[in-house]
Write a protein that binds this ligand. Structure first.
Ligand code: CTP
Ligand code: MG
Length: 229
């Protein structure tokens, strides 16, 4: 079954503190978003790509798609205030033929072909599967004043990445119901969990970082330089 891919790219990149959307910043001479799109464009498993953009960036993203000649991009749709709304807008724009969906942050440009293929193969066994890595730090839950509530055992914790793959009908149902009641969360898998369906974690990659602050951009340059060497 070929996949539809949604690339949420409608954020503002506030934590990066740049004058433009962080996804246009250069990584090894090409925009971050170009790296991300290029991976899915090249993947055999992908039939269609929908990019979600803010109003302000739409023209620039359209230009980037055109310049790079990305063939699989079927639409650039308008996102919302929250990532969740942006993804929902993306799902609705996928062609009716698409039965399975992968969601991947525009700001995660370092995923490799090998990692992606391995993930897609394993994910095919599940209605919902997400990339995850064991956490290195001890993680504590704290209250609003910073006082510790609890320390869950580290072996039970994972840092969650994208891609996340879902049966399309499940993802749409989860987004629809969440919007109805105003449930807002930070990743799509949480909506599936909230519906009561199992979500499988699969091995992610330490280098599959999300470019969030300026340090991440430096790190990304280093990772790519190392790969070239
Ligand atoms: N995103 C989106 N729509 C939003 C918010 C975020 O499509 N309303 C996208 C971003 O463009 C990014 C991904 O979701 O590719 C992950 O979000 P994040 O790293 O938080 O990016 P920004 O929201 O742009 O950054 P910040 O939170 O620092 O403003
Ligand atoms: Mg954000």
């Amino acid at each position: 079954v070929k996949l539809g891919v949604i690339i949420p790219a409608a954020g503002q990149g506030k934590r990066m503190g740049a004058s433009i959307n962080k996804q246009f910043l250069s990584l090894q001479g090409r925009p971050i978003l170009t790296h991300t799109l290029s991976l899915f464009e090249r993947s055999e498993a992908v039939a269609e790509i929908v990019i979600v953009s803010s109003k302000k960036d739409r023209e620039r993203i359209g230009e980037l798609v055109c310049t790079e000649g990305f063939q699989k991009v079927s639409a650039i749709v308008l996102g919302g205030e929250e990532r969740q709304e942006s993804v929902f807008a993306g799902v609705k724009a996928l062609s009716p033929l698409i039965k399975r969906v992968a969601v991947h942050d525009g700001a995660r440009p370092l995923l490799t072909c090998l990692e992606l293929n391995r993930f897609f193969t394993e994910a095919a066994k599940f209605r919902a599967a997400i990339m995850a890595i064991p956490v290195k730090d001890t993680i504590k839950r704290v209250d609003a004043r910073g006082e510790v509530i609890e320390t869950p055992p580290r072996e039970t914790l994972r840092a969650i990445q994208t891609p996340q793959v879902f049966e399309r009908s499940l993802l749409e149902e989860a987004h629809r119901k969440a919007r109805e009641v105003g449930y807002l969360t930070t990743d799509d898998a949480a909506l599936i969990e909230w519906l009561g369906h199992p979500v499988q974690t699969l091995m992610g990659s330490l280098e599959n970082i999300k470019i969030t602050t300026p340090e991440d951009l430096d790190l990304a340059e280093m990772i790519l330089a190392k790969r070239k060497a």
